[in-house]
Design a protein around this ligand. Structure first.
Ligand code: NAG
Ligand code: NAG
Ligand code: ZN
Length: 254
């Protein structure tokens, strides 16, 4: 499955790659599968559950790991502070920082920005998992783990694609940017404001956005080329402070 994800990423980037280059790249990917799976295992082990405020330090560690990986590859990386989250109790806690990274700034090339997230939904063995959700497990060639397909492996596939080009000393056909967040599963708090604030800087030269967090077709990763977006509405209903019997206070006796 990992190989398929990497191929999907590779073909999106490789429109200018000649067959020889693709051949070299796919050979490189095939011979590094174990490393890719090991990295995914380390990422899945981090309980980066954005819905559980008690796991916020795990989530911060996940963002740091993501940034470190991109830095180690020579990317220009920023961990963007997006402020605080208001909790229903009235307390506030820090939102996980957003990773903004860049590889290449050649003005003659297009710039592709990959979006992904490394937070996950809650998962407990008792919820009905056949395996420990935070221990990536290979069953008949399929890898099971919380966040493996949504969205840690797709994020890693893009990162490893850039890494494969670098390792083979091949010129990337496009400039590549990354926006990787840690609040997607709970509504992407803070992301909109961050995007708007970087409209004239980080996003100014971005030609294409790849949202690598969509459906897979027939268990295969897919490159989605259009989304309809979401529309949210909040309805607030106010009522009396205590129960009022319908036949006595307003309402109708039936
Ligand atoms: C993960 O599961 C394997 C067996 O599938 C086990 O050998 C290993 O100790 C587990 N790792 C952790 C960190 O629980
Ligand atoms: C972002 O910048 C583009 C031009 O690069 C402009 O058309 C657009 O209105 C800007 N959007 C916001 C929200 O500032
Ligand atoms: Zn997702």
């Amino acid at each position: 499955m990992m190989r398929l994800v990497l191929f999907a990423a590779l073909f999106a980037l490789g429109s200018r790659a000649v067959p020889f280059e693709l051949d070299e790249l796919t050979k490189y990917i095939d011979s590094h599968t174990e490393e890719y799976v090991q990295t995914l295992r380390e990422w899945v082990e981090v309980e980066s559950d954005s819905s559980d405020v008690l796991k916020r330090s795990d989530l911060a560690r996940m963002m740091d790991m993501t940034a470190e990986k991109l830095k180690a590859m020579g990317g220009t990386v920023e961990l963007v502070d997006i402020g605080l989250q208001d909790l229903p109790s009235g307390e506030t806690i820090p939102l996980p920082k957003v990773v903004a990274a860049q590889f290449g700034s050649d003005p003659t090339k297009h710039t592709v920005c990959v979006y992904g997230h490394v937070d996950v939904q809650p998962a407990k063995k008792e919820d009905g998992w056949a395996t420990d959700p935070y221990n990536l497990t290979d069953i008949n060639g399929n890898l099971y783990g919380r966040g493996a397909s949504d969205n840690k492996a797709p994020v890693l596939a893009w990162i490893h694609t850039v890494e494969a080009y670098q390792a083979l000393d091949m010129d990337l056909p496009v400039n590549v940017k990354f926006i990787i967040e840690g609040m997607e599963e709970t509504g992407s708090n803070g992301l909109d404001a961050m995007i708007v604030s970087k409209n004239d800087t980080f996003f100014a030269d971005v030609d294409y956005i790849i949202i690598s967090d969509c459906g897979w077709l027939s268990r295969r990763p897919a490159i989605t080329y259009g989304t309809r977006g979401n529309c949210y509405f909040f309805a607030e209903v106010e009522g009396p402070k205590q129960d009022l019997h319908s036949g006595v206070y307003g309402g109708t006796v039936i």
